[in-house]
Each structure stands twice: as structure tokens, then as C-alpha cells.
Design a protein around this ligand. Structure first.
Ligand SMILES: Cc1cc2nc3c(=O)[nH]c(=O)nc-3n(C[C@H](O)[C@H](O)[C@H](O)COP(=O)(O)O)c2cc1C
Length: 401
């Protein structure tokens, strides 16, 4: 358990410093004690008072403070924790860490310690992509420093790209995992996840399908399994490999997917990321449809497929405690998804814009709006694996709040 562990949090001078306050809150919620060190530049963004109030501890800012040396020397401070977290890790701090500079309290602590370090970089996209920063990160990684983020998205400076600090929930999750690699916050929970497209047959050789790649659903199944949940993944045909540690049921049609989900119940968590066909051909031809030379085109009569999200959300007794749907929208994403949440009776909706320009279908990134009973929360553009990790963190928070 990470509860009872101690983190030394070094807050550098970047806009994202305000997120360090939320990080302290989340870590303390997990029972982790936090002692904060604020750089001189960091003090321009958040006050020692805020950090002190949230950590319920003294905040350290000055290398040459006689009282602090008497109370706790800087060497002792650097070794008093189970993990040092640098968030935000500025370009400047990363450069100092790489070079071994020790001109202020934060850099001295980082040089004087043998405690593991997790850094959450945050900076302007050009600062992040600059060869100097990239080289610093490479060298620091080789030396055993762990990194989380940065995420890609809109930046405070008005630019777009990688450089945003990872979300506090994701950092807290990484801290917990680092403090206790065996930590399985969702141990004991059962989850069923759907993924990929469905294939709806027209005749024995033709089918109606869609462009879902299964990347997001598979990543979610993997993230929940990594967090200790017992996961069944019901997936349509995809090129994705079966995630490790997950029970996988391969299906083709929407009806088979519903049957696969029902067979996986009872579960605590159900996440429906599959792109299930709304309709299927009413009467599948038993033989291959052929051109008969008359020029007549076969008329395909369609019928509605079962609504898996609505069916499971409305189950009596076997309804999972947390039912999460996806809304793939091409316009008015949040209003449509909010309406969908009410119509389906599920708990959360992860809404994403799948219009072709976004490249979401088949791509590696996803921009999510999380719709809950409390409203909409906009997530930055993240990789599908980051979305999965963030969702696993939110689910953990939901069950431990
Ligand atoms: C408004 C403003 C925002 C800044 N944001 C960042 C930032 O997000 N990331 C970064 O690496 N530096 C940022 N800087 C520059 C750092 O504050 C500067 O490099 C400072 O020396 C970092 O000190 P530290 O690493 O000791 O905290 C910002 C500067 C200003 C004035």
C-alpha cells in the first residue's frame, strides 16, 4: 500500500504549478504524506502558504536557511522521502538535474539524494521539443529518473502541442504505482469492456462494418487489468493484440457482443468502447447474393440491433455499479453526449469528436469530454493509452472517494 509513504514534492516555476496543489490533495487522499519544496520561480506562481495548508507541513524554499538547517539539514530533507516528485519539472530544473548543478535548494536536493525521482515536465512546446531538453530527458531517463507526460494539447501560452503537464490524477496514479509496484487499486473489482467494430452479415461473404480500430477499448482493458481489476474484453474483429492479463472473447455481431457482455456479468464496472452497428440486415441471405443480369439491385431491409449500453444500464440486480458509455459524435459533441447519457441511463459518457479531420478513428490520440452527473469535464488531447490510464485513475477515485 502506498498509504503511509512519504513524497517530497518539488514545485518548479511554471504555469502548471497550480496543478501541484491538486496533486497534493490527491496524494494525501491516498494516505501519502507530502512535504513540499518550492523554487524561487515557483513562488511566483503558487504561494508557500497554499502548499503548506494542503501538505499540513512546513514548505521549504531556501537553501541558506539557518532554522531549517538546525531543524532538518538539506541532506536529510533530500533523503526523508520514499519518492521525490518534480511537478512541474521546468526546462530549467531538467537542465540543472542533467548537469548536476546545485545552486538552489531544489537542485541541491536532487543532486544530494539517492531516492527515486519522478518528473512531470511542463513547458512551452518549443522548449520541450528543443534538442537541449530532449537530450536532458534522454540522459536523465538513462540515469533512472522516471517521467510522466507531458501531454499534448492547448497551452497557456496559446500554442498547441506536447508540453502540458500530465493531469494530477495521472501523476498521483504513477506515484502510487512507483511507491508500491504491486499496488492494485482495483483489485477485487470485475470489469467488462467492449472494443472494436461489429461485423453485420449481409450474406455468407459480405458484411457491414465501421472504421473502429479497437485501440481505445483494448487500452482501457489493459489499464484496468494493470490496476488489478479482473477484466473480460468482448471485442469485434481488430488488428490489436489481446491485452495481457485480460480474458478476451472474440465476437463479430452486435448480438454476439451483447451475449458476451451478459456472460461476463456480474461486474462492478462496464465500459462500452466498441463501435456497435446500430442496424443490421433484417434477413441475412443464406447464399451469396448474385447479379442475375436483370440489372435489379438487391434492396437490403434493415432492422435495429440491441442497444448494449441501454440494456446493461437498465438491468435490475445485475447492473454494474459503474456503467460507462462512449459517444462518437461529429458535431455538438458535449450537448449530444449529455443527452445520450440521460437517454441510455448510464453513469458516465466519454464523448469524442470522430469527424474525419480529428483522425480519432484508427488514430493514436483522442480528445475526450467526460460527462458525469456533475457536468462535462474537458480532457486535453491524449494518447489512447493515456486516456485509458486517466480513466482507470478516475474509476479508482470513484470507488475510493
Ligand atoms: C509567466 C511564465 C511562465 C513560465 N512557464 C514555464 C513553464 O511552464 N515551464 C518552464 O520550464 N519554464 C517556465 N517559465 C520559465 C521559468 O519560470 C524559468 O526558467 C525559471 O528560471 C525556472 O526556475 P525553476 O526551474 O527554479 O523553477 C515561465 C516563466 C514565466 C515568466
Amino acid at each position: 500500500m502506498s498509504s503511509g509513504k512519504r513524497v517530497l514534492l518539488i514545485v518548479g516555476g511554471g504555469i502548471a504549478a497550480y496543478k501541484a496543489l491538486e496533486l497534493v490533495r490527491l496524494l494525501r487522499k491516498r494516505g501519502i504524506a507530502v512535504r513540499a519544496v518550492l523554487t524561487k520561480a515557483g513562488e511566483e506562481f503558487v504561494t508557500p502558504l497554499s502548499l503548506s495548508a494542503l501538505t499540513e507541513d512546513k514548505v521549504y524554499t531556501d537553501l541558506f536557511s539557518l532554522t531549517d538547517e538546525a531543524e532538518m539539514g538539506h541532506i536529510q530533507l533530500s533523503r526523508s522521502a520514499d519518492l521525490i516528485v518534480v511537478a512541474p519539472a521546468t526546462a530549467d530544473l531538467l537542465a540543472k538535474m542533467r548537469a548536476g548543478l546545485a545552486g538552489d535548494l531544489a537542485s541541491t536536493l536532487l543532486l544530494a539524494t539517492d531516492t527515486p525521482v519522478l518528473a512531470a515536465p511542463a513547458m512551452n512546446v518549443r522548449m520541450w521539443t528543443h534538442a537541449a531538453t530532449q537530450e536532458n530527458v534522454k540522459v536523465l531517463t538513462e540515469r533512472g529518473i522516471s517521467f510522466i507526460g507531458p501531454d499534448e494539447g492547448d497551452m497557456a501560452c496559446g500554442e498547441f502541442g506536447p508540453g502540458r503537464m500530465a493531469e494530477p490524477a495521472a501523476i498521483a496514479e504513477a506515484v502510487a504505482a512507483q511507491l508500491d509496484p504491486a499496488a492494485k487499486p482495483l483489485a477485487g473489482k470485475r470489469a467488462v469492456v467492449t472494443s472494436g467494430p461489429t461485423y453485420e452479415p449481409i450474406d455468407p461473404v459480405r458484411y457491414i462494418a465501421n472504421r473502429s480500430s479497437g485501440k481505445q477499448g483494448h487500452a482501457i482493458a489493459a489499464a484496468l487489468a494493470a490496476a488489478g481489476a479482473e477484466v473480460t474484453l468482448v471485442t469485434g474483429p481488430t488488428r490489436e493484440p489481446d491485452p495481457a492479463g485480460v480474458t478476451v472473447r472474440h465476437i463479430e455481431t452486435a448480438r454476439q457482443m451483447l451475449a458476451g457482455v451478459e456472460a461476463a456479468l456480474p461486474a462492478d464496472i462496464a465500459i462500452f468502447a466498441a463501435a456497435v452497428a446500430d442496424w443490421r440486415v433484417a434477413e441475412e441471405a443464406t447464399q451469396k447474393l448474385k447479379k442475375d443480369g436483370s440489372g435489379d439491385i438487391p434492396a437490403l431491409s434493415m432492422t435495429e440491433n440491441p442497444d448494449i449500453l441501454k440494456t446493461v444500464s437498465g438491468l435490475d440486480g445485475k447492473r454494474p455499479a459503474l456503467v460507462i458509455g462512449f459517444a462518437a459524435e461529429t458535431e455538438n459533441v458535449v450537448p449530444h453526449a449529455t443527452e445520450k447519457r440521460a437517454r441510455k441511463g448510464c453513469d458516465w459518457i466519454l464523448a469524442n469528436d470522430v469527424s474525419p479531420a480529428t483522425g480519432t478513428f484508427g488514430g493514436d490520440a483522442n480528445t475526450i469530454h467526460l460527462i458525469t452527473g456533475d457536468g462535462a469535464e474537458d480532457w486535453p488531447t491524449l494518447t489512447k493509452h493515456e486516456v485509458a490510464a486517466k480513466l482507470a485513475a478516475r474509476i479508482t477515485e470513484h470507488f475510493t472517494a
